[in-house]
Design a protein. Structure first.
Length: 86
């Protein structure tokens, strides 16, 4: 199974939605809280190309946030990524 990492903040509603969606699908993920780091947006931009949260990576590949996660699922591409064939 693929490794899922998610950069979040406590006050982010889309982070909560992404976590709930992954839990609903029975997927484990590593949550990396960025609240305490004042430079987290710069680090996110360098790591993922995005500065908003959540930022989600699957096997180290940035996929975007909640909206992109749901779109991948709707398109049927999420399961393939998680299986390592995308």
């Amino acid at each position: 199974m693929a490794r899922i990492e998610m950069y979040t903040t406590e006050w982010c509603a889309f982070c909560e939605r992404a976590k709930a969606f992954l839990k609903q699908k029975g997927l484990e993920y590593e949550e990396i809280r960025a609240d305490a780091d004042p430079a987290f947006r710069d680090k996110l931009l360098e790591l993922t190309g995005g500065w908003t949260v959540p930022q989600i990576l699957i096997d180290g590949k940035p996929i975007g946030g909640y909206t992109e996660l749901r779109q991948l699922d709707a398109d049927g591409r999420l399961d393939a990524m998680l299986a390592g064939s995308a």
